[in-house]
Design a protein around this ligand. Structure first.
Ligand SMILES: [Zn+2]
Length: 92
């Protein structure tokens, strides 16, 4: 499966100078408009756990590398800096 931009495809397939009314009657236009749509896959980001010693660790956002200034047991569900949803960290 490949996610594409249907609006950009419509624009690239449209013959130059064709009026809107004629374009929307074309088979190409109708086929693109009738294509099934899906939700684009969501990115999954994690907290990266960096050991600080003494059994403590600090968490860093995998997307923007924001350091939480908090320890692993005080984890946010979203990055306070970039706002992405974050799931359980893994050791680095
Ligand atoms: Zn972030």
């Amino acid at each position: 499966m490949r996610v594409i931009d249907a609006d950009a495809l419509l624009e690239s397939m449209r013959p130059k100078g064709l009026e809107d009314e004629a374009w929307t009657e074309c088979t190409t236009y109708k086929m693109i408009q009738a294509a099934p749509t899906i939700e684009p896959p969501k990115e999954i980001w994690r907290w990266l756990s960096v050991p600080l010693g003494g059994g403590q660790s600090q968490l860093i956002c995998q997307k923007c590398y924001y350091e939480t200034k908090r320890y692993a047991n005080m984890r946010y569900n979203y990055c306070p800096n970039c706002g992405v949803k974050l799931i359980n960290g893994k050791d680095v």
